[in-house]
Design a protein around this ligand. Structure first.
Ligand code: URA
Length: 414
C-alpha cells in the first residue's frame, strides 16, 4: 500500500478501505506522510466525500491515534455531551451539575475557545483556584466521589485529529460534513464516551449557517455513532442571538450561578438545558420519559441540589467557593457602559456573530492560541430578540477594561 495509490483512488471517487484509512492516519501522525500528500488526500475527500463506513473508519482511526480514556471503573453508562459551539454558550456549566445532582455520572473533558469567546474551560478558570488540568487518576476519583468532574482535554487526545484539523484549516477544507463529523466524534470516543448527546447549532453565531446543514451534520454523527457502537442523539439549536443574557467568561459564570439558584432562567438557555439534560438522563438509563426528566431537573434547581452540586464540584477542583457564594467577589471591569436605544420598537436581531467579534475584541476570546483572556470583560444583554424597547432604554451593558466604543451593528430594532 502507498499514499499515491490512496490519493489516486479517492480522486477517482472510489471508497477507501479501513486499512487504507488507517495507513493514512498513522502515517500522517508519525510524519511519514508529508503535508503535501495529506493535503492532496484531504482535498480529494473534501470534493468527493466519504461513505458512512469510511467516515466511521476515519473517526475510529483518529480516536485510536492517542490515549483512549477508560471510564469503565466508574460503573454505569457514561454519556458525553458536545456542542458545535455558540455565543454565550454556558450550557455545559449549567446542565452538568443538574444531571449530576440526579445521579447521572459526569466525566467531562472540555475545550478552550479560539475566536469567539472562551470555551467551557476558560470560563471555569474565571473561578480563582479552579484546576482544569488535573491527572486522569484525580479526574476519575472526583467522579467516583462526588459524581462530577469537568476538566481540560488531555494533551494526547486524538492527536491525528489535531494535525488533520490544522491542515484542513490551512487549505480551506474545514467545511466538509464527513470531516467535521469524524473530527468531533473521534474526540468524544477518545474521551471515553459510551453514549453521546449532541447539540448542533446553526445561524449567525454557529459553524453551520442553516438548519438544513446542521441536520445533515447531526445525522452524519448519529450514523457514525451507530457504526462505532456509541448510541448518539442530537438537538438543533438556533444560534442567531447569544444564549441567555451574558457573553464573557466571569459574566457567564455569574449567569450560571444565578440559573442554578433558580434566580434568572432565560427562556432560550432553559429550553436547551432541559432538552439536552432530559435526553442525557434517558441515555444514562435514569428515566425514559423526557417530560418527567425535565420536571426532575427543574425540581433540583428549586430545592437547591443542582446549585449544591456545582459548589461541591468547584470545591473539589480547588476553586474558591466564596466567589460562588458571593458573586460580587468577581469584581467589575473598569468601564461599565450601557448601550441605549435611540428609537422605540421591537428588538429584531442581536446578531451573535457581531456580538462575539466585539466581545473578542474586548479581550474575552483568543485570536491566537497563545492569547491571554481577560476574564472580566464582555456584555450583558438587557433585552432579547422579540422584546419591546422604548427610546432611551438599555439594550445591553458593556464591561470593558479599556475605554468603550460600542459599534452600531450589535442590534437591529424595527
Ligand atoms: N469542531 C471540531 O472539533 N472539528 C471540526 O472539524 C469542526 C469543528
Amino acid at each position: 500500500m502507498n499514499i499515491l495509490e490512496i490519493i489516486e483512488k479517492k480522486t477517482k471517487g472510489y471508497e477507501l478501505t479501513k486499512e487504507e484509512i488507517e495507513y493514512f492516519v498513522n502515517g500522517y501522525t508519525t510524519g511519514e506522510i508529508a503535508d503535501y500528500q495529506a493535503a492532496a488526500l484531504v482535498m480529494a475527500i473534501f470534493i468527493k466525500g466519504m461513505s458512512d463506513q469510511e467516515t466511521t473508519d476515519l473517526t475510529l482511526s483518529m480516536a485510536n491515534s492517542g490515549d483512549i480514556l477508560d471510564l469503565s471503573t466508574l460503573g454505569g453508562i457514561i454519556v458525553d455531551k458536545h456542542s458545535t459551539g455558540g455565543v454565550g454558550d454556558k450550557v455545559s456549566l449549567v446542565l452538568l451539575p443538574i444531571i449530576s445532582s440526579l445521579g447521572v455520572k459526569v466525566a467531562k473533558m472540555s475545550g478552550r475557545g479560539l475566536g469567539f469567546t472562551g470555551g467551557t474551560i476558560d470560563k471555569l478558570e474565571a473561578i480563582p483556584g479552579y484546576r482544569t488540568e488535573i491527572t486522569e487518576g484525580e479526574f476519575i476519583d472526583n467522579v467516583k466521589e462526588i459524581g462530577i468532574s469537568i476538566i481540560s482535554q488531555t494533551k494526547n487526545l486524538a492527536p491525528a485529529d489535531k494535525k488533520i484539523y490544522a491542515l484542513r484549516d490551512s487549505i480551506s477544507c474545514v467545511e466538509s460534513i464527513p470531516l467535521i463529523a469524524s473530527s468531533i466524534m473521534s474526540k468524544k470516543i477518545a474521551s471515553g464516551a459510551q453514549k453521546i448527546m449532541l447539540e448542533v447549532t446553526y445561524g449567525k453565531g454557529a459553524f453551520m449557517k442553516t438548519i438544513e446543514d446542521a441536520k445533515k451534520l447531526a445525522e452524519q454523527m448519529v450514523r457514525i455513532g451507530k457504526l462505532a457502537n456509541r448510541e448518539t442523539n442530537y438537538i438543533l439549536t438556533n444560534m442567531n442571538e447569544p444564549l441567555g443574557y451574558s457573553v464573557g467568561n466571569s459574566l457567564e459564570i455569574i449567569e450560571t450561578i444565578q440559573f442554578l439558584k433558580g434566580e434568572v432562567l432565560p427562556e432560550d438557555l432553559k429550553k436547551v438545558v432541559l432538552e439536552l439534560g432530559a435526553n442525557m438522563i434517558k441515555l444514562a438509563g435514569f428515566g425514559d420519559n423526557i417530560e418527567e426528566n425535565k420536571t426532575k431537573m427543574l425540581e433540583n434547581i428549586k430545592n437547591g441540589k443542582a446549585y449544591q452540586k456545582f459548589l461541591q464540584m468547584v470545591q473539589r477542583q480547588g476553586g474558591d467557593v466564596t466567589y460562588i457564594e458571593n458573586i460580587e467577589k468577581f469584581g467589575k471591569a473598569k468601564y461599565v457602559e450601557p448601550m441605549l436605544s435611540k428609537v422605540s420598537g421591537i428588538i429584531k436581531e442581536l446578531p451573535a456573530n457581531a456580538i462575539a467579534k466585539y466581545v473578542c475584541d474586548l479581550g474575552a476570546g483568543r485570536v491566537k492560541k497563545e492569547d491571554k483572556i481577560d476574564m472580566q470583560v464582555g456584555i450583558v444583554l438587557n433585552k432579547k430578540v422579540g422584546d419591546k424597547i422604548e427610546e432611551g432604554e438599555k439594550i445591553l451593558t458593556v464591561y470593558s477594561n479599556k475605554p468603550v466604543e460600542i459599534p452600531t451593528d450589535l442590534v437591529v430594532i424595527e
